[in-house]
Design a binder for this molecule. Structure first.
Ligand code: ATP
Ligand code: MG
Length: 450
């Protein structure tokens, strides 16, 4: 597919979006002009022919959009791509010296951009005609295809106003998709409290005792058969949505790796939530960002991975200071979202002791990761070396595995250390001494002696 996407082809997406926006601009001018002159609203100016191979063309066809739907989509896109296009809405009502209520919209807190609301869409499509507005209002319905497809969203209105007072929006990655044809994964944004988790390792690289593997296969089985179980076998009525798993065990035993592999195998994206970003003093903001993560997880069937989830259990009931109370509010919110999340949610912790029974009951799987025994350590060593590490003839992995109690994460570190040592000495392979040196360094880090 990438083969076929030359730059010409990439341009068609933005060209089609630009045509829609240009048309929106004529719609806005016509409406504002007629409104100011108290003319009755005519029909919408004719829309451009749409390129069916462009992304926005696919959406227009897929959601069966007529002119009114196209106005709404272009309007929701405008603040992202061409905010000045909405400037005509800044015209003030000179009689009352305030913006026209009829235009709806909100002014962005910092800066001066106009953010369209549902009200703005109704004004453009239906004007002040009640019947036309009522017909247009179905576009804002949560059941409408544009909402269902996750392309247009309608924020909650301010201070309990009517729903049409909510800001119309297009999620950032959908904007990028429509404009460039490429799906960007939100693994970059600094205000997005989640990062995508991936691995280059494969299922066969995972070294765990058979009973743990079996538990993980079970979770994988859920991902594979969820639809059948819920729908064909009718358990949707009885089961709480989603699936929750707790991974506990010492550092470096493969919890994060396993989460990444579950996603890789099921073809689902895994997002790791940074709890340090979540439990902060900017309570409202975090909650909003987090709500976004859960919404997207539900919509796109992401796997959510909460690392260092101890923060959740610890803060749960203790604490009387106002900071703790805030933390508790955050935690209560999080737990509630975790419990109702329709996708797989994995919580990871190093401590099992802290988790009370009431909490454990909320999980469908509790998976204990243990430190590997000698045989497993040998497989871990072999796995790391198998990637192409050149090893000298004196390297004796069985002995290393037998004599040194290292977890998988430590073995990876040792091999890195040994590789640097070898190259620093001008060698082009790693010797047993390099590996022993790496082990000493790793043990010192952990405060142990080799
Ligand atoms: N059981 C394992 N099988 C294969 N590789 C492993 C295993 N455990 C650890 N590793 C290797 O060590 C690396 C680090 O492990 P990982 O980050 O998954 O540990 P963790 O249990 O999440 O640790 P922490 O509790 O510190 O987050 C992995 O990317 C992998 O290369
Ligand atoms: Mg981890």
């Amino acid at each position: 597919m990438t083969e076929l996407q030359g730059s010409d082809d990439g341009d068609r997406h933005i060209a089609a979006v630009a045509a829609e926006l240009e048309w929106l601009s004529t719609v806005i001018e016509a409406r504002v002009r007629d409104f100011a002159a108290s003319y009755p609203f005519g029909t919408l100016p004719p829309p451009p022919a749409v390129d069916p191979l462009s992304r926005i063309g696919e959406v227009i066809a897929g959601a069966n959009l007529e002119e009114d739907g196209r106005v709404m989509l272009a309007l929701a896109l405008a603040p992202h791509l061409q905010p000045s296009l909405l400037d005509p809405f800044f015209v003030r009502n000179t009689v009352l010296d305030r913006p026209f209520t009829e235009f709806g919209g909100q002014i962005r807190a910092h800066g001066s951009a106009f953010l369209p609301t549902g009200e703005t869409a109704l004004f453009l499509i239906g004007g002040t005609d009640l019947a036309a507005r009522t017909r247009a209002a179905r576009l804002l319905d949560p059941q409408h295809m544009l909402r269902q497809m996750g392309i247009v969203s309608l924020d909650a209105p301010r201070e309990g106003g009517p729903p049409i007072g909510g800001v119309l929006n297009v999620p950032r990655e959908q904007v990028a998709y429509l404009a460039t044809g490429q799906m960007s994964k939100p693994d970059y944004a600094s205000d997005f409290p989640a990062r995508r988790l991936t691995t280059d390792l494969s299922w066969d690289d995972l070294v765990l005792p058979p009973d743990v593997i079996d538990q993980i296969e079970h979770i994988s089985g859920w991902l594979q058969h969820e639809h059948r179980i819920l729908h064909d076998w009718g358990l949707k009525r009885s089961l709480a949505p989603g699936y929750r798993a707790l991974f506990y065990g010492p550092p470096g035993t493969g919890k994060t790796l396993t989460a990444a592999l579950l996603g890789q195998r099921a073809g689902l994206d895994v997002y790791r939530i940074d709890l340090s970003m979540v439990v902060s003093k900017y309570i409202g903001e975090t909650e909003k960002n987090l709500a976004g993560v859960f919404d997207q997880a539900a919509h796109k069937n992401w796997i959510l991975f909460f690392d260092e989830a101890d923060a959740l259990f610890g803060a749960r009931s203790s604490g009387t200071s106002s900071n703790d109370r805030y933390a508790n509010q955050e935690v209560a919110y999080l737990l509630q979202r975790i419990e109702t999340c329709p996708s797989l949610v994995i919580l990871a912790t190093n401590l099992r002791g802290n988790i009370d029974d009431a909490f454990s009951r909320r999980f469908q799987s509790l998976v204990g990761f243990t430190k590997p025994d000698a045989a497993q350590r040998l497989r871990l060593w072999q796995g790391v070396v198998a990637g192409g590490l050149p090893v000298a003839g004196d390297v004796d992995l069985p002995t290393l595995a037998k004599n040194h109690e290292l977890v998988g994460g430590a073995i990876v570190n040792v091999v890195r250390h040994a590789s640097i040592s070898a190259l620093r000495r001008g060698r082009d392979d790693v010797s047993q001494a390099d590996l022993i040196g790496g082990i000493s360094s790793e043990m010192r880090k952990e405060g142990r002696t080799p």
